[in-house]
Every structure is written in C-alpha cells, then in structure tokens.
Design a protein around this ligand. Structure first.
Ligand code: UN1
Length: 492
C-alpha cells in the first residue's frame, strides 16, 4: 500500500506561464481513501480562459510556420519525459482516478506511445497528388491547420485521451486551449508540464482547469476554429450544436453500450478472460467497456460459470495495492449512479447472476463486479435500463440468443455503435459479424476495449460525431485541405 503523500499543487498554464487559478477552490481526492487529498488549487475563471484563447490565437501563425519535423520533435521529447516518470505518474493516476497501478502506468506509457506516433508524422505523407485532365498541370492536395483548437477531455483516461487529441492537434500546426475534467486534473497538469519542458513555444498549449461552463465558453468563443471532445453523450451533443451554430467543426466521442457475443464453438476460457477484462478493467469506466453479454444458448451456462469462477479470483480494493485487479469508481457520486442503475435494472425484472465481494471497510466509491441476467421476454429485456443505458461502471447485462444472427441483431440495438467483441472459431460467423454489426471497432476473440495509436478510433451511429480519432484519421479533423492546380509557365 502506498503511504500518504502530500497533495500536489494544481496550476493553470496560460501563454507559456504557470499561474494559480483565480476561481473557486479545486481539490481532487482519492476515491479509495476519502480522507486523502491528491491535488489542490483553484479553478480557472472566464478571464483566464479568455487570456488562454488570445494566447493561442496570437501563437497560431508562427506555430503553423514551424516545419512539421520540428513540431514533432517537441512531442518526441515529451514522450521521453513521460516514459522516464511513468512509475510516479502511474501512481498519481491510480490515486486520483481509481484505476489500478498497472493500468495507470500502462496509460502513461500509452500517452508516450501516442506522442511518439505523432512525433514522427513529419516522416509520413503530407498530402496527395492527382493527375490533371489538362496538359502541363498536376493537382496537389495540401493540408493546413484549423487554427485554435479547443480540447475538452474526460476523467477516465486523464492522460491518454488528452495525448491522442493534443498530439495530432499540435503536430498538424494548431494551437490548443485544453479544458480537462476537473475531477481528475493532476494528470492533465503532468502532460502539460512535459510538453512545456519539451520546448513548446509560449501560447501553443494552454491548460485551463475549471468547471464545465469553461467548455461552453470555449466553443462559443469567436476566436475558436475547432473543438474536440470526449465524454458524455449529453454534453457532446450540446457542444456539437453550439459549434454548428457558429460554423465551428466539432469532433465528439461519446457513449457506448458495447456487446460481447459468445457463440457456440468459441474458446470459452479465452472468451471468459477477455469478457472479464472488457467489462471490469478500469471498473467499467471506459466508453469501450463491455456492458452487454450475449450468449448463444448452448454455451450460456458453461460460459457463465467459467466467468464467475474467474471473477472469484478478481480482487477489488485500493488500486495502489499491486495485488488489486479493480479499484473504486471515480467518486462516491459516480458509484451512487451505478448502484441506482443496478436497482432500477433489478426492479425491471433483471436477475442477479453474480456479485463480487468488497474488502472490509471499502468506502462508498466502490461497487463490486456485477452480472445481471435480463428477462427471457424480448420486450422486457430490451426495455431494461441495464440494456439501454450506459451505466459507466462494473455491470454486465446478459441475454441468451437462439442463433448467431439473433445475437448480432441484439448487439446492434439502440443508438450507440462504438465497439463489439465476437468470440467464435467459425470464419463464416466472423464475416457475418463484420458485415452485420454496425460499430466503429470490432474485436474478434479479444475484449471490446482498447485502441492503438496508428489506426482509426471512434464509433458508428450516435457514438461519435465528426471524423474518427487517432492514426491518419486524426488529420481529417485537425486539418483542412487546399486543392492546388499547379501549372508551369509558358512552354519553352
Ligand atoms: C480504450 O478502450 O482503451 O472514453 C480507450 C473512453 C474512450 C477511450 C477508450 N474514448 O473510454
């Protein structure tokens, strides 16, 4: 167990200077140890946001003129800094957010990996060349930054998600005003510190930690040229609407209600391991988490008993303890919401199939891993909140399907379409899943969560709005194109 550590000082980063917030008091706690303050300071005010946007706007033209290789070099230096302190930062992340130490350290390493991927962007293709229907001409498509980009990020990946938005924003030549989730602000500060130390010019990145109203003020700011958001569906849609009203492009990554489908003939041990990871790692607080489990009838009982056996070995507790597999929710309020969701699902006819144990003295931010089986009646099952609502916690809702086709149809129910996982050894069913399940990310024989920096990430249907994130897709949002009709002078 980690000893009590003094609270870190929270600061804002505006126009290249670290300063205190001028707003209300801001503290972040440790959800596993309610008496412990992880970081403390003051919130940013509207005036500090205003100065941040002005600084980003003033820095924009000069930053856009820096060669991409030089912009990338700053990201590569920041990646090395994060890698050098991944142990300490991972512990801070676990203490502040509640995910396990291994996941916290893994997330910091992932942020570094993302910075590296975009740090090398200068070595990749920067545009396209088309042939022209006219003699003596070529047509080039070159890319340019949007300008000042607002970045609004959630609590659940407090360094990886910011890295995968900020790294492409910067390498493609934008300047940034970043408002992270104020519940988990310390890792935001750590990423900004690494980028500052790596040599970002003043005003290119500005960090304002404060209330949600700052996000709204950002999207409504006349100097803002784009906004990228990850978080709840409600907030994402409000920001997208505000952006549309002003003609400002918005990229929003929102909710998911992701299914794992286990078909007859699947490797059930592999499936049980992966479903457990998908549903319960990070305490289920991922937009890609598995929250629906659809079992083909012949393997349903066998699979559920294997999953329950694994869960009996799955320890819930203080995430700073290396033997713990699952920590608390981010806060008691978040845990209350999940408990209310479980109660509502039970009142609507769900049956409790499995509920893990909590350690003695576990505080109110803890909810044990919970598996609910939904009623056999389709209409009842499909009206159950555990089937329709994103609880954002360690809760899995199970249904039994007559066939693979029925399982795929159920997986697609509702407005979300972020990810799905299919467990089968039958190539024909795999191809049916690729064609038939409308999601942004499909896993075959692996858990529904996870993302690699070099490939597109994001949802189908109402899970995502605007271009996909990561890989080369990121440039679809962070740049616009200029089509250049290129002809020489008079022939010699
Ligand atoms: C992952 O599955 O590892 O907010 C990343 C989220 C997603 C990120 C998921 N945007 O949970």
């Amino acid at each position: 167990m980690a000893p009590n550590i003094p609270a870190a000082a929270l600061r804002q980063f505006i126009a290249g200077k670290w300063e205190d917030g001028d707003g209300a008091e801001l503290t972040s706690g440790n959800p596993a140890r309610p008496e412990e303050t992880v970081a403390a300071g003051r919130q940013a005010t509207a005036e500090q946001l205003e100065r941040s946007v002005s600084a980003a706007s003033e820095a924009a033209a000069a930053w856009a003129a820096v060669p991409m290789h030089e912009r990338g070099a700053v990201l590569l230096r920041a990646a090395a800094l994060l890698e050098g302190s991944a142990g300490d930062l991972g512990l801070e992340l676990a203490r502040e957010e509640g995910k396990t130490l291994a996941e916290g350290r893994g997330e910091v390493a992932r942020a570094a990996q993302i910075l590296r991927y975009y740090g090398n962007e200068g070595d990749r293709s920067a545009g396209e060349v088309f042939s022209s229907p006219r003699r003596g001409e070529q047509i080039l498509v070159v890319r340019k930054p949007l300008g000042v980009v607002g970045v609004v990020t959630p609590f659940n990946f407090p360094i990886a998600i910011p890295a995968w938005k900020i790294a492409p924003a910067l390498v493609y030549g934008n300047t940034v005003v970043w408002k992270p989730a104020s519940t988990v602000p310390l890792l935001a500060q750590r990423l900004a510190e690494a980028l500052d130390e790596a040599g970002l010019p003043k005003g290119v990145l500005n960090l304002v930690i404060g209330p949600g109203a700052l996000g709204t003020a950002l999207v409504e700011h006349p100097l803002l040229d784009g906004l990228t958001f990850t978080g709840s569906t409600g907030v994402g849609r409000r920001l997208a609407a505000a952006g549309a009203g002003r003609g400002v492009p918005v990229q929003a990554e929102m909710g998911g209600k992701n299914a794992a489908i286990v078909l007859a003939g699947a490797d059930l041990d592999l499936a049980a391991e992966q479903v457990l990871f998908g549903a319960f790692r990070s305490t289920g607080q991922k937009c890609t988490a598995t929250s629906r489990l659809i079992l083909e009838e012949p393997v349903a009982d066998d699979f559920l008993s294997r999953l329950a056996r694994r869960l009996q070995q799955w320890n819930t507790g203080d995430p700073a303890d290396p033997s713990v597999h699952m920590g608390p929710l981010v806060s008691s309020a978040a845990a209350d919401d999940v408990r209310r969701g479980i109660d509502a699902a039970l009142s609507a006819g769900a049956a409790l199939v499995f509920q893990g144990e909590l350690p003695e003295g576990a505080g109110s931010a803890f909810v044990p891993p919970t598996i609910l089986e939904l009623p056999a009646d389709a209409a009842e099952a499909e009206a159950n909140p555990a089937w329709t609502e994103e609880f954002f916690g360690p809760v899995l809702a199970v249904r039994r399907a007559r066939s693979a086709a029925q399982a795929f149809e159920w997986a697609g129910q509702g407005e979300y379409g972020l990810s799905a996982a299919v467990f089968t050894q039958d190539i024909t069913r795999v191809l049916d899943a690729v064609e038939g399940i409308d999601v942004g990310i499909l896993h075959v024989n692996s858990e529904s969560a996870g993302a690699d920096p070099h490939v597109p990430f994001g949802g189908a249907k109402k899970s995502g709005y605007g271009p996909k994130e990561q890989g080369q897709s990121a440039k679809e949002f962070f740049t616009h194109t200029t089509t250049v009709y290129l002809r020489g002078g008079a022939p010699a």
